[in-house]
Each structure stands twice: as structure tokens, then as C-alpha cells.
Write a protein that binds this ligand. Sequence first.
Ligand SMILES: *[C@@H]1O[C@H](CO)[C@@H](O)[C@H](O)[C@H]1NC(C)=O
Ligand SMILES: *[C@@H]1O[C@H](CO)[C@@H](O)[C@H](O)[C@H]1NC(C)=O
Length: 197
Amino acid sequence: MAFSKFSLFLSLLLSSILFLGHPVLSDDEEDKLYQGINEYRKTLKLTTLTKNDNAECLADELADQFKNQPCTNATGANTVPGTEPQFPNYPNLLAKCHLNVSNTRDGAVMPACVPGLDPSLVLPNFTKSLYSQNLNDTKYTGIGIGSDNDWIVVVLTTSTAEGSYARATSNGADMISKTGLMYCSMLLLALGNIFML
Ligand SMILES: *[C@@H]1O[C@H](CO)[C@@H](O)[C@H](O)[C@H]1NC(C)=O
Ligand SMILES: *[C@@H]1O[C@H](CO)[C@@H](O)[C@H](O)[C@H]1NC(C)=O
């Protein structure tokens, strides 16, 4: 009986891990920027941007590419909607995040470099620069933020297919690990029942 309770507890634990998804380590500067951008949007009576995991994945990958570049290279934003950003390896980075050009085309990619990611400079870097054109835009509904060293990258997504940042294909690895966890918790439940008999 005790064992069965324990296995039930374990399977509940596993299920909650399964449903909560991977825990995201919250990054202070990213969180501050996220809140700051949404406060800015609020003052303009625009919708709150919701977090998009795939956009965040791409933002992280881009920040990782930029991290060793000096701040003087802070260019490369795709300010022209509908065009592909001109970053080295861009298609590879999209692929890493299970994205492709057709579901990211309408999004916006905005890298910025701020020494030490000073929060009092990071937000104005987006709200008081040409990037504000994107932040002012009603078509954006989602956001992903990534940072590395002095670099912080904001990726905006839309609610249309062309900017949804939805996964290009069903992600095999993810499916396998979820199925594995599900199987594992079912096995534990079954074991608990056997021991109860
Ligand atoms: C961001 O801020 C830094 C330092 O304040 C500045 O040098 C840089 O040009 C800004 N970048 C963008 C994209 O606005
Ligand atoms: C975005 O909106 C703000 C507030 O209305 C305005 O000051 C800013 O110039 C706008 N940005 C662009 C690029 O139009």
C-alpha cells in the first residue's frame, strides 16, 4: 500500500514535469526587458506580448552567435518586414529551433548590444530606437528574448501563419522524451498495483 502511494506520487511528479515542460531559468535582464516592453505597449494601448518558446529559442541562438562580437557591430536587424534577416547561419539557427523561413517571415528580429546589459539602457534601446516601430505595431502578439554577454535579442511573432513561429514539423525528439516519461510513469503505476496485490 505504502509502495503504491509512493509510486502514485512519483508518477504524479513525473506527469507534472511532463506537463510543465522544461523549466526555463529566468534571466533577470530578459525578464526586465519583457516587462518593460509590455509596460511600453500598455501606455500605447496595445496588447500584451505573450512569451513564445520557439522565438525565445531563436533569440538565444542569435545571442550566442553575437556574444563575441564587439558592440560596435550592433547592426543586422530586419527592419523590413517580410524579409529574411541577414545573419550568418540564419537558416541553420532556424532549423535548430525547428523553424523555417515560411513561419518566421513576418516576425521581427532585433539584436542590441549594451555593455553589461544595463537595464536602464536596454529598454530605451528598443523603445527609443527604430525598433519602436515594431513595438508600436499591433500585428505582433508574441515575444522571445535571449541574451549572452552584452547582447540581447528580441524576436517578435505574429498570430498569422507566416509569423507564428510554430514548429515546422512535429518534433521527433520531443515526442520521444514525452512518450518516454509517460511510459515511465505508467510503468510505476503498474508496479505499484502489482505490489499492492
Ligand atoms: C543600444 O545602446 C547602446 C549603448 O547605449 C548603443 O551603443 C547602441 O547603438 C544601441 N543599439 C541599438 C540597436 O539601438
Ligand atoms: C512609436 O510610438 C511612440 C509613442 O507614440 C513614438 O514616440 C515613436 O516615434 C513611435 N516609433 C516609430 C518608429 O514611429
